[in-house]
Ligand binder design. Structure first.
Ligand code: NI
Length: 178
């Protein structure tokens, strides 16, 4: 297990369409996922996508009980989601703040579907099928965007609501590196 460097915006590897995972329950996949959790936890992230550590696979992880980067966020179940498919459950979209470990030190307001259904597989190949709303739905949409080469600033509509975290939210822990 080890902590990897997280690619930052500007790296072309963050702009690729990720490839589907075809082999499940392998030592290599287990090792990659362990490294991703180590990397996400070391950065206090709410989620991480494989392309962010340079692995061009349709694999994301997310989840936390409480998160110092998002102190008001409700818990999200710790999840490994592979080859995901997202379907909105209504037309309703809501705006809220997002950050990204690949865009350190910044936050922006991004519109996302309020309620979604998502499907995919865990690392053992077990099918996952869930409905989600609010912050949970937002995290899934953000992470899955990484699999199609989309970073959240590309979805910001109003750049007056995009800026440095320490300026926008001075109450957040300044030692938090994002
Ligand atoms: Ni991100």
């Amino acid at each position: 297990m080890s902590v990897h460097d997280i690619l930052r915006m500007g790296d072309p590897r963050l702009l690729r369409q990720a490839e589907p995972v075809t082999e499940f329950a392998t030592p290599a996949l287990d090792s990659l996922i362990a490294d991703m959790f180590d990397t996400m936890h070391a950065a206090n992230g709410a989620g991480l996508a494989a392309p962010q550590i340079g692995i061009n696979a349709q694999l994301v992880i997310f989840g936390f009980k409480d998160n110092q980067r998002y102190p008001d966020a409700p818990p999200v179940p710790e999840t490994v989601l592979i080859n995901p498919v997202i379907t909105p459950l209504s037309d309703e979209v809501e705006d809220n703040w997002e950050g990204c470990l690949s865009v350190p030190g910044m936050r922006g307001v991004v519109p996302r579907w309020t309620r979604i259904h998502y499907e995919g597989f865990d690392q053992h190949g077990v099918h996952i099928s869930r409905d989600a709303e609010g912050f949970h739905a937002r995290v899934v949409q953000h992470e899955c965007d990484h699999l199609i080469g989309v970073l959240y600033p590309m979805r910001v509509k109003d750049f007056r609501q995009f800026g440095y975290t320490e300026v926008l939210f001075p109450e957040l822990d300044p030692n938090d590196d994002d």
